[in-house]
Design a protein around this ligand. Structure first.
Ligand code: PLP
Length: 446
């Protein structure tokens, strides 16, 4: 049977988009113009556009028309284009940005009429423009605790913050204590910089101070990398007593504390940050990826005066400065209350998703109550690999513990990142995961 006409046309356009002949941002003709051009009914033209939208290749913007998307960009719904429209990506934690394109459009317009545009075209001070550093310091002071603008440097995201810390404050061969399960981006930095990661067992999802102490007694550690407020991947929050003990150990053994706060906004009532308890030895890593948008590539490091010069040297050597276009947007959103509103919304949205997850997958799920990601340890005797393989066949891309594990024995668990997936689809997706887990990855093909 020959393919319906609408699908043939959609195929032709899909190819043109994937090969770059129709570049991202191109405006497609109106449905009517399309119908006339290709000699098809208006309804057929509408189906072509709907099909392209379903495949994530175009996006319709109310009142403006239909535009080609960048086919290399995952959809915020988590759809993976290479595996068909029914597949979902639960591997990467990409919060949804519904409606944010409009916010960006408005803010860019405001910026365009601000009279300071020429500055955007120039190199900036390595640590960021002073008035913007002050705004970031104000944000940090309110959320985390007092910091001077002089001790806060803008970075091109949290990952860049981790990289410059490794470049500036650590040297190849240094041993760094990390959680037995940690953020894979820090593992990547350590590998490139030649750092040795020393896994420390966790107690209720946070680094066990007793274990850290024992490790420090047997070998020289230079630093410890921690996520005390909303750990990735476990979602845990360290209580104040454990934080105090970590600080005491760090002082006793002269450790630098690298405190990663990428997800801290999910838990506004956290105990004092390590950077407050031990400002003389802590470098705090901030990021605007999870509370705003991953594509902005802006974050900051806040530390003690003694760290500032080497960190500035590392920014100079790596990126020179954060583009002023981006820092102007983000500081504007801090000042006009947009960021606070986004953070509130992300917490509510994460809480709704976390509930959907637990409704289906039950009490075994570990995760912060406001987070769009969770950790699912598997029942004893179960292995993650066949479950992951089965889910892959069903179009659900999911990760096990390997990317996060710093120990040689990798726990059998699934990591679920569902912050950017259409919530209507989540119960069905979680039900398929539950079935795959129940069968150990051997359920009959659907
Ligand atoms: C714990 C943690 N730290 C840092 C980062 C890096 O964030 P950014 O996108 O700002 O580089 C991430 C990103 O997933 C993260 O999960």
């Amino acid at each position: 049977m020959s393919e319906p006409r609408y699908r043939q046309l959609a195929q032709t356009f899909a190819k043109a988009i994937r090969t770059g002949r129709l570049p991202p941002g191109s405006r497609l003709p109106t449905h009517r113009a399309f119908a006339e051009e290709f000699g098809v009914a208006l309804a057929t033209a509408t189906r072509v556009y709907r099909e392209l939208e379903r495949r994530g290749l175009v996006v319709g913007e109310a009142g403006r028309g239909t535009f080609v998307r960048d086919p290399d960009m995952p959809l915020t719904t988590g759809l993976r284009q290479d595996e068909g429209a029914d597949s979902v990506d639960l591997m990467f934690n990409m919060p949804g940005n519904a409606g944010d394109a409009d916010l960006l459009r408005q803010s860019l317009r405001k910026l365009a009429s601000s009279g300071d545009l020429e500055a955007m075209l120039r190199y900036q001070p390595h640590g960021g423009r002073w008035h913007e550093r002050r705004i970031l310091a104000g944000y940090h002071t309110k959320a985390i605790g007092p910091v001077r603008a002089e001790d806060l440097l803008m970075t091109s995201g949290g990952q860049h913050g981790l990289s410059i810390v490794a470049m500036a404050l650590l040297k190849p061969g240094d041993a760094v204590a990390v959680d037995a399960l940690t953020y894979p981006g820090f593992r990547a930095v350590a590998e490139l910089r030649g750092l040795e990661l020393v896994p420390i067992a966790t107690q209720q999802g946070v680094m066990d101070p007793d274990q850290l102490e024992r490790r420090c007694q047997t070998r020289r550690l230079r630093a410890a990398y921690l996520m005390p407020t909303v750990h990735n991947p476990l979602g845990s929050v360290m209580d104040e007593a454990a934080r105090q003990r970590i600080v005491t150990i760090a002082r006793r053994h002269d450790l630098i504390l690298i405190e990663d706060g990428a997800y801290g906004f999910l838990h506004p009532s956290a105990p004092p940050a390590l950077s407050q308890l031990a400002p003389e030895r802590t470098v705090y890593i901030g990021s605007f990826s999870k509370n705003l948008a991953t594509g902005l590539r802006i974050g900051y490091v806040a530390g003690t005066e003694g760290f500032t010069d080497p960190l500035i040297a590392a920014i100079r050597a790596s990126t020179w400065n954060v583009p002023a276009l981006v820092s102007a947007l983000v500081t504007g959103w801090i000042e006009d209350g947009t960021l606070a509103e986004k953070e509130r919304h992300r917490r509510q949205d994460g809480a709704m998703r976390q509930r959907l997850c637990r409704d289906v997958l039950g009490d075994a799920v570990q995760g912060h109550p406001n987070a769009g990601f969770a950790w699912l340890p598997l029942p004893a005797g179960q292995r993650a690999a066949p479950i992951i393989a089965q889910l892959k066949q069903e179009g659900i891309a999911i990760s096990g513990a390997e990317p996060f594990a710093t120990t040689t024995a990798v726990p059998q668990a699934l990591r679920l990142a569902f912050g950017g997936i259409d919530p209507d689809r989540l119960p069905g997706i979680f039900a398929r995961i539950a079935a795959a887990v129940r069968s150990g990855g051997n359920s009959p093909p659907r």
